[in-house]
Design a protein around this ligand. Structure first.
Ligand code: GBP
Ligand code: ZN
Length: 258
């Protein structure tokens, strides 16, 4: 499989996933459909379906338009979210195949919205898997808890996504990395992995380059929201359990003005 990122709106990312042997492709959150279609044409691939991470307009807002532009296209979205233009509702554990060698596993990751879905994509055996995390997991951050609880985000972030293979490539819904790492440093000022990744991210930004993908391993090393099982980190924010710490770090981030 081949994955391309497509910057959209102010700081959103859409993605194009291509099954190379069949030239079948899928779009993740194509909020500006023309951009995705242009890229698909450029690579001579056929767009078979859309994977929607959640109902917010900056992710699902292109679905109706892409259905007009690509007759017969399927639009997947979480069964609990009211996703615009959805033709195929999915639940945790559902599987979708793309072309001959690309498989997609739907992971229900609620909290930012109740029906949020992350998509875990595997290709040929030797290929590194990828996960599209929408607004649940950002590089060094997580989404606001609009519809869910710290318990749900703990399950989504630390259990469901946190137990994927460490090398899994993480593709998120927004470019928030620099700000997220600056906030992460306020929680763990002595974490050298955060310091190093912040410098790297600032350089990427200066060069107009993306900070995606990350990996699950890097997130476990730098993302404060995924590190809440560490008791020293819990103590740093005055808590004594992972869920309590997650709730507190989210509150700190909501009130943080970087
Ligand atoms: C920033 O830090 O760059 N602009 C600010 C934050 C996801 S988008 C903007 C913000 O709040 N972004 C959301 C978020 O979860 N951020 C994580 C964080 O701040 O740590 N959205 O566009 C947002 O989900 C939206 C759309 C929200 C429709 C509600 C509805 Br209804
Ligand atoms: Zn959102």
């Amino acid at each position: 499989m081949k994955i391309y990122h497509i910057p959209c709106l102010q700081d959103n990312y859409s993605y194009l996933i291509i099954d190379e042997t069949t030239k079948e492709a899928a779009a993740v959150d194509p909020v500006e459909p023309e951009k995705v279609l242009q890229l698909a044409n450029q690579h001579g691939v056929h767009l078979s379906f859309v994977l929607t991470t959640h109902k917010h307009w900056d992710h699902a807002g292109g679905n109706e338009k892409i259905k007009e532009l690509v007759p017969g296209i399927k639009v997947y979205g979480g069964s609990v979210d009211d996703v615009k233009g959805c033709t195929n509702k999915v639940d945790n554990g559902d599987k979708i195949s793309l072309g001959a060698e690309t498989n997609i596993l739907c992971l229900h990751t609620p909290c930012h919205t109740l029906g949020h879905i992350s998509y875990y994509v595997t290709g040929k055996e030797e290929e590194t898997p990828a996960v599209f995390t929408g607004d649940t997991l950002f590089i060094a951050g997580c989404g606001r808890f609009f519809e869910g609880t710290a318990e749900q985000m703990y399950q989504s972030l630390c259990v469901t996504l946190g137990s994927l293979p460490k090398p899994t490539q993480v593709y998120c819904g927004h470019e928030y990395t620099v700000k997220n790492l600056q906030f992460a440093l306020t929680v763990e000022p002595e974490n050298t992995k955060i310091v190093e990744k912040l410098t790297w991210s600032q350089n990427q930004e200066k060069a107009s380059l993306p900070t995606v993908p990350s990996t699950i391993e890097e997130e476990l090393e730098t993302n404060p929201f995924m590190r809440v099982e560490i008791s020293e980190l819990q103590q740093k924010v005055g808590c004594s359990s992972p869920i309590e710490a997650l709730r507190e770090i989210r509150k700190l981030k909501d009130n943080w003005r970087g």
